[in-house]
Design a protein around this ligand. Structure first.
Ligand SMILES: [Zn+2]
Length: 158
């Protein structure tokens, strides 16, 4: 690796450490020419796939801001701690990063959001579902409520 100080073409690794969770390798390097020391970080490059919108044609880059906004909208005036929402966003992003696909439909992302909201708050879950599935009739809500009831029942039994 090039020395960032003098541009010398060869530097030595004098120390190498892996972060506690094992995801980052930190290396101390030294330039034999100017004796400068610097640190490099090595991390696996995982990317979130492009999102394909409902029309099946439009591709947009993933946006954490948009995801957070849509979740916050569903959670408006509900008493859910910010750190729990952050945790949910982290899990969703991790899930997306680990996928092998280069593109993923917004519908798939919506499913991930739904499963997180279901754990966080049933009201937010229903709010999100109503936007997501475009509920227009009362029966749609009834159906979603029934599904939610079923899952809660299963969870209570376990
Ligand atoms: Zn140097």
């Amino acid at each position: 690796m090039l020395c960032p100080y003098c541009g010398h073409s060869d530097t030595q690794v004098i120390d190498s450490r892996t972060s506690e969770d094992g995801t980052i390798v930190r290396r101390r390097r030294k330039c034999p020419k100017c004796n400068s020391r610097f640190t490099t970080y090595e991390k696996a490059a995982l990317f979130i796939p492009m999102l394909i919108k409902r029309d099946g044609l439009t591709r947009v880059p993933y946006s954490q801001e948009k995801l957070r906004k849509s979740m916050e909208l569903a959670l408006r005036k509900r008493h859910v701690k910010a750190e729990l929402i952050e945790g949910a966003i982290e899990r969703i992003e991790r899930n997306l990063k680990l996928r092998k696909e280069k593109e993923i439909s917004t519908k798939e992302v919506g499913k991930l959001v739904m499963s997180e909201l279901r754990q966080l708050d049933p009201v937010a879950y229903l709010r999100f579902a109503s936007v997501y599935f475009n509920y227009s009739k009362a029966e749609d809500f009834a159906e979603a409520l029934k599904k939610l009831g079923d899952t809660l029942e299963v969870e209570n039994k376990s």
